[in-house]
Design a protein around this ligand. Sequence first.
Ligand code: PRP
Ligand code: URA
Length: 213
Amino acid sequence: MIKFAENVFVFDHPLIKHKISILRDKRTGTNEFRSIVEELGMLMGYEALSDLPIKNVEIETPIVKCNAPMLDGRKLAIVPILRAGLGMVSGLTALVPSAKIGHIGMYRDEETLMPHEYFCKLPNPIEERVILVVDPMLATGGSATDAINLVKSRGGRKIKFLSIIGCPTGINKLHEMHPDIQIYVGTVDEKLNEKGYIVPGLGDAGDRIFGTK
Ligand code: PRP
Ligand code: URA
């Protein structure tokens, strides 16, 4: 991973680059798109969770008793931003099956590009959990910033944000509003177009995952 700024990390792995390029291709159909978003959730989540707390527990191997490191309790919450964030969840729960899942519903007004919240249900209590908020796209940064506001207002403190494609506008906004959280992005694209889409990007992530238009 490359450190883009304090608390901002960009992935540098050839597998991640390759899979993002397949997502960008407009010929990639819904099935393949969905399974690659899931794979990227797992590959990127593996790195983003490399500092999860562990503790030693006593187990007995076929040979002897020993102390062995295991994840410290049921401490992870995965929080997708609906809809597109849902596509990354199964890859992450494959890594940490004990994770609790929260949901934040946000949609962007197509004219103003302002995010609107329509749903929020988080695991309770949330204070002691590592909370991984996920959304494939970090465009203006409005949705991610508001989602993290919500998580913090419910008591969340140890927060990470994981996204497949970001751009300078969104990364800078999220980092400025929430300098205390770790931001992980698969790649940093050039800019936003006049409709608020990431360029070159991959189009509308929710539509491509769910086959809607
Ligand atoms: C997309 C995407 C992010 C948001 C990013 O969702 O999944 O949530 O846009 O844009 P922003 O950084 O400018 O806020 P969208 O609003 O299209 O909703 P959907 O997932 O339900 O299609
Ligand atoms: N949301 C998307 O799904 N794609 C973009 O390029 C920007 C926001």
